[in-house]
Design a protein around this ligand. Structure first.
Ligand SMILES: NC(=O)C1=CN([C@@H]2O[C@H](COP(=O)(O)OP(=O)(O)OC[C@H]3O[C@@H](n4cnc5c(N)ncnc54)[C@H](OP(=O)(O)O)[C@@H]3O)[C@@H](O)[C@H]2O)C=CC1
Ligand SMILES: CC(=O)N[C@@H](CCC(=O)OP(=O)(O)O)C(=O)O
Length: 311
């Protein structure tokens, strides 16, 4: 029998892209609410409680309310795409490739927190190096990133695309999060296994989807025996061996590149990791490229749903 899936927030940016990815699938039956009724709490509660898996594509507060609506119903499993539960101890973090044991945790979980788009890139780069003891305690990690503007949901899309919007944004590229208190920092710290919060500097470009996350490192401050471009690359390559969602670009290939396109993986649910620098040099720049709505949100939610359905 087809599994019943309800996407709460199905008419928003993340929800719509999950729906697109489900189109044509016979193993799932989508429960749906007409767009005009999207904020009808009674209807949503009914749908949430009729689902085998509910995927929440809502702001944090609405996600918390939705979770309360199914609290007494052990049959319903939840994937939440908001920031609300990403560091909650009783939720499985929905990034299967970050750790060998994570896929099994997601498969058997009742509650799965889908990662944020920036943290997917940052944790994808940081965690293998922390787990292998290469990035030492106290290292001052900085994460610099650029996102397509769909990362800000319907509101930012309207501000970027609609010239008549009262808060129209004309900039082609802007920095934000200037207080350095972005909501993704706790998630990067905890799931990146860091003992010191990273300094995170995000930005947005005038392109709809796509993302680059950069982690520049000083090689002399890494653990002994790992202070080379080749060693850092080998650690990432070993960590991601045997799966097809996160790939580590060979050093010979990245050495021949003059530039990286933030839109490289638009429409795909994979992530590419690059290691840049010069052999024998002092620095490396680790770079993750992904689609903020692919592996950064909707694609990851479908990957998590598939893992849960395989239980
Ligand atoms: N966009 C992205 O790249 C990413 C988004 N996320 C997260 O995914 C979640 C959804 O974001 P996104 O799709 O971008 O946002 P959108 O604003 O595009 O969509 C949110 C949807 O939720 C609806 N909604 C808002 N409040 C309520 C409520 N109280 N009850 C019912 N429905 C409600 C909105 O309706 P209405 O139109 O009436 O406001 C809208 O349809 C957020 O938590 C976001 O942080 C995570 C990773 C990446
Ligand atoms: C460009 C932009 O505004 N991006 C969003 C993050 C997008 C994302 O990862 O969503 P979550 O909020 O669910 O973590 C921001 O910085 O708040």
């Amino acid at each position: 029998m087809a599994a019943k899936i309800f996407i709460d927030g199905e008419h928003g940016t993340t929800g719509l892209q999950i729906r697109t990815r489900m189109a044509g699938r016979r193993d799932v039956e989508l429960l749906s609410i007409p767009e005009a009724e999207r904020r009808n709490a009674a209807l949503r509660e009914d749908m949430l409680n009729s689902a085998d898996i509910a995927i929440l594509c809502l702001p944090d507060d609405a996600s918390k309310e939705a979770v309360k609506m199914v609290a007494g119903n052990n049959k319903v499993r939840i994937i939440d795409t908001s920031t609300a539960f990403r560091v909650a101890p009783d939720w499985a973090y929905g990034f299967a490739e970050m750790d060998k044991a994570q896929g099994e945790k997601i498969r058997s979980a009742r509650y799965v927190a889908n990662p944020g788009c920036y943290p997917t890139g940052a944790i994808g780069l940081i965690r293998p190096l922390r787990a292998a003891g290469i990035l030492p305690d106290g290292y001052p990690v900085t994460v610099n990133a650029v996102s397509g503007y769909t990362g800000g949901g319907k509101q930012l899309i309207a501000q970027m695309e609609d010239k008549a919007h009262p808060e129209h944004l004309a900039a082609n590229n802007f920095l934000y999060g200037l207080t350095l208190k972005h909501k993704h920092v706790p998630e990067m710290t905890i799931h990146g296994l860091l003992d010191r919060a990273p300094l995170f500097a995000p930005s947005v470009g005038r392109f709809a989807q796509g993302m680059i996350v950069q982690l520049p490192l000083f090689l002399e401050d890494l653990a002994g025996g790992h202070q080379s471009l080749e060693s850092v690359h080998a650690a990432l390559d070993t960590h991601y061996a045997g799966q097809s969602i996160v790939s580590v670009v060979p050093l010979e290939e990245s050495a021949g590149l003059a530039r990286i396109d933030a839109e490289e993986l638009v429409g795909q649910d994979t992530m590419k990791l690059y290691v840049f620098g010069t052999p024998g040099g002092a620095h490396v720049n680790l770079v993750a490229v992904l689609d903020n709505l692919g592996k950064g949100a909707s694609g990851a939610a479908v990957q998590n749903m598939d893992l849960m359905l395989s239980a």
